[in-house]
Design a protein around this ligand. Structure first.
Ligand code: FES
Length: 105
């Protein structure tokens, strides 16, 4: 699926991410800066924080209870905040847009 990552300074990265990978893995494999993913996708670090574009919030769904409690450790959390390692890429997410927070640079 085609995923657009927008850095805090507005730089866009449009990459093709294989179905089944997470939005975090898609960023790491394509050298998109701004996602550190210290824990490697275990929902245990909150350094893969992204903001899901408003139009995609329904499609990406709500964070799980575990993700929700991990998000408490992220900075500048908004209602559309998600941990990108917890968003699984599929055809349904083709065209997804996520923005990267300033503090992950
Ligand atoms: Fe650590 Fe997502 S990579 S919480």
């Amino acid at each position: 699926a085609k995923i657009t990552y927008i850095e805090h300074d507005g730089t866009e990265h449009v990459v093709d991410v294989k179905n089944g990978l997470s939005v975090m893995e898609g960023a790491i494999r394509n050298n998109v800066p701004g996602i550190d993913a210290d824990c490697g996708g275990a929902c245990a670090c909150a350094t893969c924080h992204v903001y899901v574009d408003a139009e995609w919030q329904a499609e990406t769904g709500r964070p799980s209870a575990m993700e929700e409690s991990m998000l408490d450790f992220a900075e500048a959390v908004e209602p559309n905040s998600r941990l990108s390692c917890q968003i699984r890429v599929s055809d349904d997410l083709d065209g997804l847009i996520v923005r990267l927070p300033e503090n992950q640079h």
